[in-house]
Ligand binder design. Structure first.
Ligand code: AMP
Length: 423
């Protein structure tokens, strides 16, 4: 059961057709031929412009064919989490569709209704069985920017392993994971040497790219990836930084470190996506003893006052069995302020120096209502993002997106002290 969402092609000003790589793959004739043999979702539904109807139908088709489902997945973890939440909110209606053999009235697309009529027959036994799935594992990417979904996925998986199969991007299929059952935090990918032609730029300590080409890859070193491909890319910077973790025969293996692009900036200070990922990973550990999980986050450089400061938006939910319903008041301000300080302590030397000299003000965490990041996703999808390839931006640049977050803030916390200098 693979959740797939194609986006319509767009035309560039020069008249070239452009589309998300997943859409191109879904359109291929070989995909159409294997689809009914390997997947639960019918072709029409993958190409539905209405993502809500598509999600509903893909889950319905998965449930109907549940006896054959041994894997549930999507390209990125965010889509898997979204589909689980969708199921959480709609399972009664889905079960009633299965019981009666009638698809809900609000599914209006005639293509789906036809596809559904072929497979949907009244089946009360199945509706009753749905609480006992046979799924053996969840297959999705949850390294890099997707690491933030791991805690929530593990919460929903109830012990099922998370399997991270590959490392791919629109520029090419880059690597595979040779040990699919290892923990997400330990996953290394092995380059696929025959997919594209790779070159690597070494990364200096301060995350600047060394303009000298490095031919040999050294263990423990970080590199930026360049690809030359038969699709027409020439020495193209994918934008990812990887760290070499080993070799499989002579093929390098790597972990994803972050994106090369600068995520945040206030004044002259620059903080990369990798810095934010690391700082959030350290701070969110403080939520664990409170029985809370950080489900999503993003960041923003607020320069509306001087000096500017970094704002990190957090969506938090209680762990199973915890009655803390996160309406903002229950959050312990001491712990939340400590989360702010923890983030500052784990940011890089320049950030901490700027803070000490008051060229950047205290880091702020704004806690948002549950469901906020889903509204953010809806906004980006409405602006043309592909749901299959959607990744929550680590840093918000758009005013509308910022308004979506700001209008749902339930609590604000600031770092109470300047960060420590010694890490
Ligand atoms: P896109 O081309 O929009 O599908 O995005 C591809 C990007 O997603 C890559 O350049 C990486 O930054 C990220 N990505 C893809 N696969 C992985 C992975 N296995 N682990 C971490 N990040 C990944």
């Amino acid at each position: 059961m693979e959740l797939m969402f194609a986006k319509p092609e767009v035309e560039t000003p020069s008249g070239l057709k452009a589309s998300a790589v997943s859409t191109r793959a879904f359109k291929g004739s070989s995909f159409k031929a294997i689809l009914p043999k390997l997947y639960t979702s019918p072709f029409e539904i993958i190409f539905c412009p209405d993502t809500k109807q598509s999600m509903y139908c893909q889950i319905l088709f998965g449930l109907i064919q549940r006896n054959e489902v041994i894997m549930i997945g999507s390209i990125f973890a965010s889509t898997v989490v979204r589909s689980i939440k969708f199921l959480e909110n709609n399972w009664k209606e889905l079960c009633s569709n299965i019981k009666t053999g009638q698809i809900s009235e609000w599914i209006t697309d005639s293509g789906y209704r036809n596809a559904a009529s072929l497979i949907l027959k009244p089946n009360p036994e199945l509706a009753d069985l749905i609480e006992d799935p046979k799924t053996k594992y969840i297959g999705t990417v949850c390294t890099g920017a997707m690491l933030q979904y791991t805690a929530e996925l593990e919460f929903y998986c109830g012990g099922l392993p998370l399997v991270l199969g590959f490392y791919a991007c629109s520029e090419g299929a880059i690597g595979i994971n040779l040990e699919p059952l290892c923990k997400p935090s330990d996953v290394s990918y092995t380059f696929l040497p025959n997919m594209v032609y790779y070159e690597f730029l070494s990364i200096k300590e301060d995350c600047d790219t060394d303009s000298q080409n490095q031919v040999q890859l050294n263990l423990g070193q970080c590199y930026e990836v360049l690809v030359t491909s038969s699709m027409g890319l020439y020495r193209y910077k994918v934008g990812d930084i990887i760290k070499v973790t080993g070799f499989h025969n002579n093929t390098p293996q790597f972990q994803f470190v972050g994106r090369q692009n600068v995520a945040l900036g206030v004044d002259m200070e620059r903080t990369s996506e990798a810095d934010i990922l690391k700082a959030v990973a350290e701070a969110k550990a403080l939520l664990d003893p409170l029985g809370l999980i950080l489900t999503e986050y993003t960041s923003y450089g607020d320069t509306s006052s001087t000096p500017g400061h970094y704002v990190i938006f957090w969506e938090i939910k209680p762990k199973e069995g915890n009655n803390n319903n996160n309406n903002g008041k229950e959050l312990d301000p001491k712990v939340m302020e400590e989360c702010c300080s923890k983030m500052e302590d784990s940011l890089h030397f320049t950030y901490r120096m700027y803070r000490k000299e008051n060229m950047i003000a205290a880091l702020e965490i704004r806690v948002v209502k549950q469901g906020t990041f889903e509204s953010l996703l809806d906004y980006f999808v409405s602006k043309g993002a592909s749901l299959s390839q959607y990744k929550t931006p680590i840093c918000i640049k758009s005013k509308e997106a910022l308004n979506i977050l700001d209008s749902r803030v339930i609590a604000k916390f600031f770092s109470p002290r300047t960060p420590t200098q010694d890490n």
